[in-house]
Design a protein around this ligand. Sequence first.
Ligand SMILES: O=C(O)CCC(=O)C(=O)O
Ligand SMILES: [Fe+2]
Length: 349
Amino acid sequence: MPTPKLLSQCPEFPPTVPVADLPVFSFVKIGEHDADEGKRLFDACREYGFFLLDLKSSKIGENLLHDAEHMFELTTTTLGLAESVLSKYAYNPPKDLLGYKCAGKLRTDDGKLDAMEMYTLGQDDIIGNIPPRKNPETIEAHRKECQEFFRHAHAVMTVLLGALDRELGLPPGTLERLSPLDKPSDTSLRLLLSHPQSIVDKNRITLGGHTDIGTATLLFHVAGGLQILPAGSENVHSNWRYIRPEPGCALINLGDTLVEWTGGLLRSSLHRVVTAPGAQASVPRQSLAYLVRPERNASMRRLEGGTVIPRMKEGEEAETRSVSEWAAWRAQQIIKGELKPHTRGGKPV
Ligand SMILES: O=C(O)CCC(=O)C(=O)O
Ligand SMILES: [Fe+2]
């Protein structure tokens, strides 16, 4: 992403690093229910679980690109506050992931500590599903812009989830109703920042390999550094592929919840952030991740009623946990080392 303006302020993404060849879809065509675009989108959701979405030439898309510029400004002002101010808004894992996370709180795949700062805004707080939380003044003064971002990002997701409903043969609106804007959920917007290193280690892992746990994620990045591990590849440095930021595009990736709901048809791919490549390593790296989670009471149970999602076979046990219970269980498994994050789903239809 995002806008040509922001990309022009960043050194060039080098042409020499290995990149993932992700497909680009037109948001306009998907909104028009273009059958061919929908089919290719479904293929990408199973093969990679990642794709680029061209937001240009669409009113909602252009609005979201504009909102993203505001959110990048909030990243600069908010994460530029003194540590003594930010620490008053510190996150409190595992219960409360909203607020400020300083660098060095998480373990990365190589056993070192992460180098990513983030400030996480909750959809419930910003949209008003709960009484407002207290955020730093840099954010409180721009609640309206934050609301606009959430509304437009949700509108874009609604169009994408509608296309997946059609491809999965689910009744229209099924997936959107499970992850709505106006019901309590853990949907959030992360404002992410990592600082350049004094001595550049191009393989340093800024944010460790993971899959996103929710429905789907919409990401804007300006400098590179985000990488995906192609399905079936061993987790060694040489197999990871950079994702090249493209002007006017958002990057979309599917989360573990969609894998569960579709009986493993859709894919949630392992991804991570390393030092931005080439000259981009010398500038602060900012990104925005809008992480859509289902409403809190939703179940992780496989969806029924579609024409494509496989039915439970004899002997298979139905997942009965709610999304919150499942998320807590999974976080515990990872903490206890019983589960190493890995690519999930992508079963043939
Ligand atoms: O910063 C990025 O490019 C990716 C962030 C990410 O994967 C996440 O926040 O889940
Ligand atoms: Fe992620």
